[in-house]
Design a protein around this ligand. Sequence first.
Ligand code: SAM
Length: 304
Amino acid sequence: MTEYNLIFGDALVELKKLPDSSVDLIVADPPYNLGKDYGKTKDNLEKTEYLEFSKEWLAECNRLLKPNGSIYIFMGIRYISYIYQILEDDLGLDFQNWIVWHYTQGLGKKKGFSSRHDDILVFSKGSNPKFNLDDIRIPQKFYRKINNMRGANPGNVWEFSHVHYCNENRQNHPTQKPEGLIERIVLASSDENDVVLDPFSGSGTTLRVCQQLNRNGIGIEIHQEYIDLTHDRLSKEFNGFDSIDPRMERVPFDLRDPEIREEYLRNHENWFLKNHPDSVEKFRKEVKKLYEVSKVKPKQKELF
Ligand SMILES: C[S@@+](CC[C@H](N)C(=O)[O-])C[C@H]1O[C@@H](n2cnc3c(N)ncnc32)[C@H](O)[C@@H]1O
């Protein structure tokens, strides 16, 4: 049975109280300094002040990471290059990935192109970080003998929609992240019973995901109302994560051999939809459409 530890306070103060080399994975979604309204704290520091703040919490995270531990940092375009430089040049961490989180909805700009992505930097402390590829594979688009039907690598462009206001898991927090996205990070870069730290816990998305995936989550949050909200969220019954990469629901084309098809379909839900009961029905409908109605030859059209 894993535990969670939600700490009320300033990350700059609280991180210093945690022991050296005690964390396997850090998922950090700091304020981007873009003027978001988090209540009491200002998200509009002077540039130099924001960079000093970033250097300080990142240095603490570096101290806390175990050898070969990983850190994922969400960041907007304005500061991402500075954060990259701090991680690589100041702290000597190893670059692993630059992930683009693509979302399909958001504010429509009247001038210039509307923003449709945030980015996630992935660094590790050492060159051999944990990476559990089999736990994060996505279904293949086509059945082919040469394809590994256990699934493909999801790549570094991830589509997850924001948690809609009508979603029953939507919290009263301005920058709540989709659970499906954090699920992929946690599955890829930690094992069961590992320690996962989120220094800017917000509505508690990382802690919720850790709770369901048997990781020991530590969260730090400066606002009491978000702390209360998180405790409440973590006490609720779990009915599946609130978001999913749409590729997880796709049924491969060309699964014409009934034996191969049956074996594949038996496995699909278990491999890809384990924590997403809401997607199972959609998947089954798609299977019916492709393989029961047309029986022999599925329509050669792409699902997504
Ligand atoms: C981008 S949000 C995190 C959202 C979170 N990932 C989620 O899914 O809800 C950043 C959070 O950091 C908190 N915060 C800002 N400054 C902080 C500090 N110095 N220490 C701890 N938390 C802080 C804000 O209150 C806000 O909830």
